[in-house]
Design a protein. Structure first.
Length: 197
């Protein structure tokens, strides 16, 4: 901190972050963010990949289409972060996996104040459960919601959906800090494994 040379690494990014008042994270907050990435990031990514391979095994046409994209984009080299924008179908496979088989299937939130939601009164300090599992299968937003169909994510579906219809990484101020990292990791690992086999 005294040198203010943080580099382009996770710890450096956390040290250089500032809120709207120009304040940085204190040591405890930085430790908590690093531990969250280490503890939550590895288990959830491996679960998502296991679910992806299960869904791919049940849908050989999707596997073939994804393998063709990976072969074309990578042309024999191992995937790099620069390949992500070109691995569009593989990214759709990950999005669809997270929709159907999200490793985090429910969120807990505590009401900061009394609030009325529709016909329900939620008293301050109540714990509210929000289920990705239920919302990600809602036929109002997803046609044939139980069908594994990565193509549904083409044309920017995620941006067209109302808030908290698709939220595998949570949302609002408590959204998973590792969302982009986890997506990149899942796509690149999936591409690496499919390419090799």
């Amino acid at each position: 901190r005294s040198a203010a040379i943080y580099g382009d690494v996770l710890l450096g990014m956390l040290l250089s972050m500032r809120d709207e008042n120009g304040e940085g994270l204190d040591d405890r907050q930085i430790r908590d963010e690093v531990m969250t990435l280490i503890v939550a990031g590895h288990e959830t990514t491996s679960a998502a990949l296991a679910f992806a391979f299960y869904l791919l095994s049940e849908n050989p046409d999707v596997t073939e289409k994804m393998a063709a994209e990976i072969s074309e984009v990578l042309d024999g080299h191992l995937p790099h972060i620069q390949d992500l924008p070109n691995l569009q179908y593989t990214t759709m496979v990950v999005n669809e996996t997270l929709r159907l088989r999200s490793p985090a299937y429910i969120l807990l939130r505590q009401a900061a104040e009394d609030i009325q939601i529709g016909e329900y009164m939620i008293p301050k300090d109540s714990i509210v459960l929000v289920s990705q599992y239920v919302m990600h299968r809602d036929p109002r937003y997803f046609e044939d919601p139980l069908v594994f169909r990565p193509e549904r994510w083409a044309d920017g579906l995620e941006k067209k959906l109302p808030t908290f219809v698709y939220f595998p990484f949570g949302g609002g101020p408590r959204m998973c800090i590792g969302q982009r990292f986890a997506m990149a990791e899942a796509v690149l690992i999936l591409a690496t494994i499919v390419q090799r086999y």
